[in-house]
Design a protein around this ligand. Structure first.
Ligand code: ADP
Ligand code: ADP
Length: 237
């Protein structure tokens, strides 16, 4: 059974003003993502990639269709249950979204506090994560004392804190130079291999998908126009 399954999913944003039209951001999308896959979603800006991700972690409600995550139909879940669901889904972002007034340690601790994890367990977990992402010596630093690649490694550690089964990466390397991009992608590969985390990588960069994804969906104007292995989708016929 897929860990993420979308059936005939559409999302229409209402018109923002009197002279604007509603936006059909996602139209009739079917998608199956198997547990343990690194699944790439590629498309130009405005194709609907971020909307798709926000539907999977229920930051947005679908207008119609079915979305199952970890076997649970999420489109009909009450908000209280959705909060639980989100603890099982990690997210990393283009602009890292770290708390700049918190140390690296405190950034990683935040989701553990929210989840109510006891302090001793928290400390052990944070220490493990810092070693895993290679930042054990940066625990007391603030984000603005770190390079972009280091910031994203903190973002990854924070996203993994509650041991999510799914990690959503929304343009997570788009603010990084090519060399740092490869480092971060290598780290994501290790996450996938060592913890079996399903990783969904949203990007407009073909090279990112080619480097890391097992499967890929190509989005255009709110629709998935092609899916398959990276080899199938990107090799010329
Ligand atoms: P992508 O991530 O591929 O750039 P998005 O999902 O961000 O695509 O956007 C898809 C379409 O939905 C775009 O036309 C965008 O302007 C529109 N859109 C995204 N978020 C909103 C919103 N909150 N309200 C209205 N329109 C939105
Ligand atoms: P509070 O959460 O009440 O603000 P602290 O800031 O002292 O308390 O941190 C809570 C826990 O996190 C403590 O057990 C502390 O040892 C640990 N901790 C905080 N920062 C670091 C760090 N840079 N390196 C190692 N452990 C840290």
């Amino acid at each position: 059974m897929p860990i993420v399954a979308l059936r005939d999913v559409s999302k229409t944003y209402p018109a923002r003003g009197r002279n604007e039209k509603e936006v059909r951001a996602i139209q009739s999308v079917d998608l199956d993502i198997e547990a343990g896959e690194i699944y790439g979603i590629i498309g130009y800006s405005g194709a609907g990639k971020s909307t798709l991700v926000r539907l999977v972690n229920a930051l947005e409600r679908a207008t119609s269709g079915s979305i199952q995550v970890n076997g649970t139909e999420i489109t009909t879940l009450p908000e209280r249950e959705l909060r639980k669901l989100r603890l099982g889904i990690g997210m990393i972002f283009q602009q890292f979204n770290l708390f700049n007034s918190k140390t690296v340690w405190k950034n990683i601790e935040y989701p553990l506090e929210v989840a109510g994890v006891p302090v001793a367990e928290r400390n052990a977990r944070i220490s493990d994560l810092l070693h895993f992402v290679g930042l054990a010596d940066k625990a007391g630093n603030y984000p603005d004392q770190l390079s972009g690649g280091q910031k994203q490694r903190v973002g990854i550690a924070r996203a993994l804190a509650t041991s999510p089964s799914i990690l959503l990466a929304d343009e997570a390397t788009s603010a990084l130079d090519p060399e740092t991009t490869l480092e971060v992608l290598a780290l994501l590969k290790r996450v996938n291999e060592e913890f079996g985390t399903t990783i969904i990588v949203i990007t407009h960069e073909m090279d990112v998908i080619k480097t890391i994804a097992h499967k890929v969906a190509v989005m255009e104007q709110g629709r998935v126009i092609e899916t398959g292995t990276v080899f199938d989708v990107f090799s010329d016929p």
